[in-house]
Design a protein around this ligand. Structure first.
Ligand SMILES: [Zn+2]
Length: 152
């Protein structure tokens, strides 16, 4: 009988609904707006000379700077997928083929696919990030894990 009571408690815990409202919702909305605006401005920046500081490029970097400021002041967390698309040095919204280069390198002697490294480098030449994509092909970032919330 004691086991049945414990089992009932476990089921209640599993069936709890996720929270209906998000705390600090206004800050998340503002962050989302700034991220989308920076993406739009980065896409509309002139692609003829990516090194030049065109007005749209400066505006895009300003939006990313404001987004980082909101995140820092409101103590909220950005998704890693958003963090990976922003240069930490010059606050550029990284868009492949536009203002950053993406390449797969393999520096091992055996050249096995396990050692493939995805390198993302910004045009500011100060930011370069390596992702070991060959280690685990089915890798998911923690935020995309399906088992985060206990759902029915
Ligand atoms: Zn940069």
């Amino acid at each position: 009988m004691g086991k049945a009571t414990k089992h009932t408690l476990d089921v209640q815990w599993i069936c709890t609904k996720p929270p209906g409202s998000v705390s600090l919702k206004d800050h998340y909305i503002r962050t989302n707006y700034l991220y989308q605006a920076s993406t739009l401005m980065a896409l509309s920046a002139s692609s003829d000379s990516p090194d030049s500081n065109s007005l749209n490029d400066l505006l895009s970097r300003s939006y990313v700077h404001n987004m980082n400021w909101v995140v820092k002041k409101a103590l909220i967390k950005l998704s890693p997928t958003i963090k990976r698309t922003v240069c930490k040095k010059c606050n550029r919204r990284l868009i492949s083929g536009k203002n950053c280069s993406v390449e797969v390198t393999n520096t091992s002697n055996l050249k096995t696919p396990v050692n493939d490294i995805l390198t993302v480098s910004c045009i500011c030449q100060k930011f370069k990030k390596n992702y070991p994509i060959g280690k685990n092909l089915n890798y998911k970032i923690f935020a995309h894990n399906d088992n985060l919330l206990p759902v029915k």
